[in-house]
Design a protein around this ligand. Structure first.
Ligand code: 5GP
Ligand code: ZN
Length: 136
């Protein structure tokens, strides 16, 4: 399969690995937002978080809790973001499930996104539609 991250798992492409277990792999992002920016992936290929079996998401969550504090300590970060782009319109470029663990600094001035308040009555409507879709 022509997937960069599968090739990294297979050792066909080099990477700076920071963590590995039976189900997941974590390695440095080649273009870090800040040094230490780590990508956490399931070793098996799934396109997005929602396609990924719960068992693997659980393994990713457990690994995230080990890796994020280590990244923080290694680069003396003040905080960190967990970033997940699901789908091209959300900024996903590599179509193999991955979570970004991004160390942050008090004055790094990165802004991830801008919020806008809802119009009158809109929030109640949107919340109801979401709840209805969860029940459906
Ligand atoms: P996405 O936009 O799909 O959420 O993020 C993909 C990430 O993968 C980007 O931050 C990009 O820098 C990183 N990336 C792309 N190609 C490679 C590669 O060959 N090696 C590594 N280590 N990271 C990569
Ligand atoms: Zn893959």
């Amino acid at each position: 399969m022509d997937c960069i991250f599968c090739k990294i798992v297979a050792g066909e492409l080099p990477s700076y690995k920071v963590y590995e277990d039976e189900k997941v792999l974590a390695f440095l992002d080649i273009n870090p937002v800040n040094p230490g920016h780590t990508l956490l992936i399931p070793k098996e290929h799934y396109e997005t978080t929602l396609d990924t079996p719960d068992e693997l998401l659980q393994a990713m969550a457990a690994a995230m809790k080990k890796i994020a504090p280590a990244v923080m300590r290694a680069v003396k970060a003040d905080a960190w973001n967990l970033g997940v782009n699901n789908g091209a319109a959300a900024g996903q470029i590599v179509m193999h499930t991955h979570w970004h663990i991004i160390p942050r600094f008090a004055r790094d001035e990165h802004r991830l996104w801008r919020g806008e308040p809802y119009a009158e009555g809109e929030a109640a409507r949107v919340a109801r539609h979401i709840t209805d879709n969860i029940k459906a």
